[in-house]
Design a protein around this ligand. Structure first.
Ligand code: NCD
Ligand code: ZN
Length: 354
């Protein structure tokens, strides 16, 4: 058995308010705990999106009554809310800004709208950007112009990770995260039936083997592992317009522990990127008496049927992994024992509550 700190996932789509047929604060936080994640930061692309006082209060009220692990809620950067989100910032995990298209309607096309947010935002937490390829370069230019810390979400390409390396070396205040699916899948997984293709829709898209290799070769540039847990139901994924996104909370730790067993990652790197760095980058509170007990020798196959997420599937179905969560202790309470969730709804705390 080995003992890890409670993991922190800075990129989770909880789907509440508005799309609770996919997931809600109860099921998302059960999935988190089952995966050894004791703190999640929730993305704002809900229905409605979280972009003002009313919607932030709506999300935080649902979280307060239903969450079983600790949480923070992102605000979304909209076309006319820069002053308001800066004022609401103390209640939020950080600010999320979408420069590229994805699930939801928060994309900011006009660069003058970026200016307003870069001018106003002063934390807590960096500006987190969905910005791929050349949009990412634009985000780095803005970070430098405004001397503003930015965090690049779900880096997937060789050109991105190498450009972030250069930016860091030149003093740009940039950090970044990588998702397990971009470390363990390549686009060749897409060679298959159309049903499978719909399931494998995700933003950023799965990349080439050269991209995946570049991520592994530049682990030192990766600050955080984040799941981008983006649950959609199987009916939606296999339907006509499959929405992009993978669930990930319950597969993060077994996949990473398997990489540790294979010698591709050290336990120290795992802890640094799934706990120490997210905690520092987002200025998150300590969770006293919190730990995850893992049987690092347990070998088994990943099965969606055994998972807590409401979406009911995983892109890693049947994958052989090594390393299983046996027990999770959160703030002195046993909250998971052998796949059973013992924490009640409402046990989770808001990381920004004073
Ligand atoms: C996310 C979702 O479904 O909310 N989808 C995805 O493919 N990652 C949106 C996002 O994070 O871009
Ligand atoms: Zn996301």
């Amino acid at each position: 058995m080995i003992e890890l700190p409670g993991l922190i996932d800075p990129h989770v789509h909880v789907r509440e308010p508005g799309q609770t047929h996919k997931e809600d604060w109860d099921t998302a936080t059960q999935a988190a705990l089952a995966g050894g994640v004791t703190m999640i930061l929730a993305m704002p692309n809900t229905k409605p999106p979280i972009f003002d006082e009313i919607t932030l209060t709506l999300a935080l009220q649902a979280a307060k009554s239903k969450a079983r692990c600790d949480y923070g809620q992102y605000l979304g950067a909209g076309p006319a809310n820069a002053a308001e989100v800066a004022r609401l910032a103390p209640r939020a995990a950080a600010l999320k800004m979408y420069l590229d298209s994805t699930f939801g309607e928060l994309r900011l096309n006009d660069m003058t709208l970026w200016v307003e947010h870069f001018r106003h935002w002063s934390g807590p937490g960096p500006i987190v950007l969905h910005a791929e390829s050349r949009s990412m370069a634009a985000a780095l230019a803005f970070a430098q112009m405004f001397d503003q810390p930015v965090h690049i979400a779900h880096v997937s390409l060789r050109e991105e990770i190498l450009t972030i390396r250069e930016a860091k070396a030149r003093g740009v205040k940039v950090t970044c995260e990588v998702c397990p699916h971009h470390l363990f899948f390549t686009q060749s997984a897409l060679d298959g039936s159309s049903v499978v293709n719909g399931r494998l829709e995700v933003r950023p898209r799965l990349a080439t083997q050269a991209d995946v290799n570049a991520l592994w070769d530049n682990l030192d540039v990766i600050d955080c592992f984040a799941t981008d847990h983006a649950p959609h139901t199987l009916a939606e994924k296999d339907g006509e317009n499959p929405p992009p996104g993978f669930p990930g909370l319950e597969t993060l730790l077994p996949l990473l522990l398997t990489a540790v067993a294979e010698g591709r990652l050290t336990l120290q790197q795992l802890v640094e990127k799934a706990y120490t760095n997210p905690r520092r980058i987002f200025g998150l509170p300590e969770q006293p008496e919190t730990r995850v007990i893992v049987d690092e020798q347990a070998e088994y196959e990943l099965r969606a049927a055994e998972m807590k997420s409401r979406c009911g599937w995983t892109p890693f179905e049947g994958w052989k992994v090594k390393g299983r969560v046996r027990k999770v202790i959160l703030r002195g309470h046993e909250v998971v024992r052998d796949g059973q969730i013992l924490a009640a709804p409402g046990f989770g705390r808001d990381v920004r509550a004073s």
